[in-house]
Design a protein around this ligand. Structure first.
Ligand SMILES: NC(=O)c1ccc[n+]([C@@H]2O[C@H](COP(=O)([O-])OP(=O)(O)OC[C@H]3O[C@@H](n4cnc5c(N)ncnc54)[C@H](OP(=O)(O)O)[C@@H]3O)[C@@H](O)[C@H]2O)c1
Length: 216
């Protein structure tokens, strides 16, 4: 049993929290408004869930998921995440997040921005290219024909393996994209973003992706 900290407990964070509890983990939820606003979700998840501040969730988690509107990434607490595996589900939607020049000009990618903000954490991009509803419903046992696959990308091999084990445990094959800089291959606007693909299909989609201003 691990403790999963969540910075952001909305559509995707809440779904990941449910999956984590269903798979025997503890969760510590947080949001921007404070733990007092998360009572309903904590009650629904049961005794393995509690709410805290973002700093508290970051400190409590063995693995911490950052799942917030990307535009707020600079608000993610740095110090309590030092040395930790940080899962990044975030995507860049300029209409929601505001324009981010380094993403618009392709200088970097959204997960590398989070990694730069958390220089001593081990950021792994995961769960960004699947809708929350599908994440909740599409998991199947290993070996199921056509099993849906999800990508992971990150610079630290051990961290990528930790997150891959979570993805696998939640019912999905894993496609390892390698370093964080390759994460753009499953960003909005790429063929791997959204559709239900098995491992072979997702590998092909990632290989065929073209980088553009909208896929940073
Ligand atoms: N929805 C999906 O199906 C899906 C799938 C894959 C990836 N994503 C990506 O994952 C991220 C989260 O998406 P979502 O749909 O879950 O968003 P959402 O439903 O709007 O939830 C966002 C959560 O982040 C919290 N938050 C915002 N700023 C924060 C901060 N500074 N510190 C701590 N918590 C903060 C919000 O708390 P408050 O409510 O208190 O502000 C809320 O709990 C986005 O980048 C999105 O593009 C979404």
């Amino acid at each position: 049993m691990a403790t999963i900290g969540l910075i952001g407990s909305g559509t995707i964070g809440g779904t990941l929290a449910r999956l984590a509890v269903d798979h025997g983990h503890r969760v510590v939820l947080s949001n921007s408004r404070g733990p007092g606003t998360l009572g309903d979700l904590v009650a629904e998840l049961g005794p393995d869930a509690r709410a805290d501040t973002a700093e508290g969730a970051a400190a409590a988690g063995d693995v911490v998921v950052v799942t917030i509107p990307l535009g707020n990434y600079r608000q993610v607490p740095v110090e309590p995440l030092r040395g930790k595996v940080v899962v990044d589900t975030n995507n860049y939607y300029p209409q929601r997040d505001g324009r981010i020049a380094e993403l618009d000009d392709g200088t970097t990618t959204s997960s590398e921005l989070l990694q730069a903000h958390l220089p001593e954490s081990r950021v792994v991009k995961a769960f960004n290219h699947i809708q929350a509803g599908h994440l909740a419903d599409h998991g199947t046992p290993a070996g199921t024909p056509g099993r849906r696959a999800l990508a992971v990308a990150g610079d630290d091999d051990e961290a990528r393996a930790v997150v891959a084990a979570l993805v696998e445990g939640f019912g999905f094959d894993v496609v390892d994209l390698g370093p964080l800089a390759e994460g753009w291959r499953v960003q909005p606007g790429t063929p791997g973003y959204g559709p239900e693909l098995d491992a072979e299909g997702l590998r092909r989609a990632a290989a065929e992706a073209h980088r553009s201003r909208d896929t940073a």
